[in-house]
Design a protein around this ligand. Structure first.
Ligand SMILES: *[C@@H]1O[C@H](CO)[C@@H](O)[C@H](O)[C@H]1NC(C)=O
Ligand SMILES: *[C@@H]1O[C@H](CO)[C@@H](O)[C@H](O)[C@H]1NC(C)=O
Length: 183
């Protein structure tokens, strides 16, 4: 009878609810109250170039045995793209988009992106948001998730909405709205 309750175990079981409530009471007295959440809306433009020497997106890996391009299934691209406050190349630099893009579709170009937006201007200088989501360059709008952040955007979540502004001559410009919930 290995599983019969000994008097000792019974006493422990009877005491358990009291010890638990004592623990909860202690926990409550040290309860963490997070500050109220804020919603920040940022509007900016993402500039990406494919041709050297000014390329901000480079193809770093392709499936073996293929003459892969950016559009080949399996292509892996690393980006250090430019974030500006306008669509012109001369618009003010406000940050970088640094991360990975993988061509993850067997049909057409559908890209998984894992990117940090690193802000370098104004009140958000030094703060980042982490983006995880899908981009189809020929389709607008594209929505991606904000899954975290740092600095002013610590604990961030939210989403970005991207609209292709132009895509020609190896130069892709995406208009972006970021809706960031953070403390
Ligand atoms: C890749 O390109 C080279 C040079 O154009 C060609 O000789 C080769 O057959 C191509 N390979 C494949 C797998 O398409
Ligand atoms: C942003 O922060 C860095 C590091 O603190 C500093 O060197 C730089 O001057 C700042 N840039 C602006 C535009 O304030």
């Amino acid at each position: 009878m290995a599983y019969s309750s000994s008097p000792c175990v019974l006493v422990l079981l009877l005491l358990l609810p009291f010890s638990l409530s004592a623990f909860v009471a202690t926990a409550e007295s040290h309860e963490y109250t997070p500050p109220p959440e804020k919603m920040t809306h940022l509007h900016f433009y993402f500039h990406e170039k494919y041709t050297s020497p000014e390329a901000t997106a480079v193809l770093v890996a392709v499936p073996p045995g293929t003459n892969a391009t950016f559009d080949t299934f399996g292509a892996l691209i690393v980006i250090d793209d430019v974030l500006r406050d306008g669509p012109e190349e001369s618009s003010k630099l406000i940050g970088r988009a640094q991360g990975l893009a993988a061509q993850a579709s067997l049909e057409g170009t559908q890209i998984l992106t894992a990117v940090n937006f690193v802000f370098t201007e104004g009140e958000y200088n030094g703060s980042t948001v982490a983006i995880l989501g899908r981009i189809v360059p020929t389709v607008s709008p594209t929505e991606r998730a904000i899954v975290g952040g740092s600095g002013k955007f610590r604990m961030a979540r939210g989403y970005t909405v991207g609209n292709t502004y132009s895509f020609s001559g190896g130069y892709f410009i995406l208009e972006l709205d970021a809706y960031i919930i953070h403390y």
